[in-house]
Design a protein around this ligand. Sequence first.
Ligand SMILES: Cc1ncc(COP(=O)(O)O)c(C=O)c1O
Length: 391
Amino acid sequence: MSLLDKFSVAKQLKSGLANAGKDPTAVVFDAINSATEAVVEGRTTILAGTNNYLGLTFDADCIAAGVAALQTQGTGTTGSRMANGSYAAHSALEAELAEFFEVPNALVFSTGYAANLGVLTALLGKGDAVLLDSDAHASLYDGCRMSGVDIFRFKHNDIQSLERRLARLGDRVSRCLIIVEGMYSVLGDCAPLAEIVALKEQYDAKLLVDEAHSLGVYGEHGRGVAEAQGVLDKIDFIVGTFSKSLGAMGGFCASGHDELGLFRYVSRPFMFTASPSPAVVATTRKALHQLRTRPELRESLWSNARRLYSGLQHLGFELGPEISPVVAVRCKDRESALRDWNQLLEAGVYVNMMLPPATPGGASFLRCSISAAHTAEQLDTIIDRFASLYD
Ligand SMILES: Cc1ncc(COP(=O)(O)O)c(C=O)c1O
């Protein structure tokens, strides 16, 4: 048995995908025309799987901010903040995030994935306990694994399941972190945060909410699902990413706990990687400004989400449980998901293919994510192309 033999499983997976048509992991966008359109193999293609919720990737002000930062601060920081120091813009972004979430502390990481690893490995260790929603993102699970904490999963969005596990912890509950997401990325459903907060207070546990897909999307000010459900000030740690609604890259944690400031000294995924580049920080700051000052982006996003959801529902597709900017179409099985995904791509619509095992209930989905930048015409074309899957 050689070190490389284990790749036989990946080889089989690769050839299985290729046999069904195009390999979804190997799609190349030869040109990016806008936030919602690209060119794939010479075909103009509507992007309906980008997480570009506010459509800010081509925002003129964000681009100008990035260009100015490149010209005045250079292309990269060439090191970590621990060893090479912070740029003023890193600290400014942290201050702006803290103000946005109305908490005293915020910390910026190089990616959303690193934010979850960095927060969880700093916060958790052997002897602590985590109650993790069964549909939580891989980065949350990986952070827990890396920390050595005991992981107990509860049924997705199931309050009774969470309460049973809390009760079972006994005295250990004081060393317990509950981990959920705001809006879940595959089905677009939201956590019942108000009920989860009530439980965490009853049991005196702590709560971390990953708002990766809900920042800029939910809440009166776009702060996420916790804001929408009126419990933002009850969340111990809010984490998220700049790579979705803000159209940039990087991750963050915001918290009322002053210990977050000490994560700089102990969080290895913060300490041992290069800090975000000046252009990325500048576009992120400008995008956060747009999120705060242009609520009409959120309004367009929601009106687009409603249009796509009701169009697909009308055609008889089985969709996620609530209208949201993630519209997931449940497929009969893996084979039909592969076939339909290829047919949509050939018809000029790019969506995400979600296959088991990393899917809720082990089902297969074609996942659309809606953008404020989609036009009504593009949305109607997407609906029309889904309709032709029946032909
Ligand atoms: C819930 C959740 N958390 C974290 C991440 C990681 O964010 P990033 O891609 O910015 O590293 C993702 C990315 O898909 C996500 O869906």
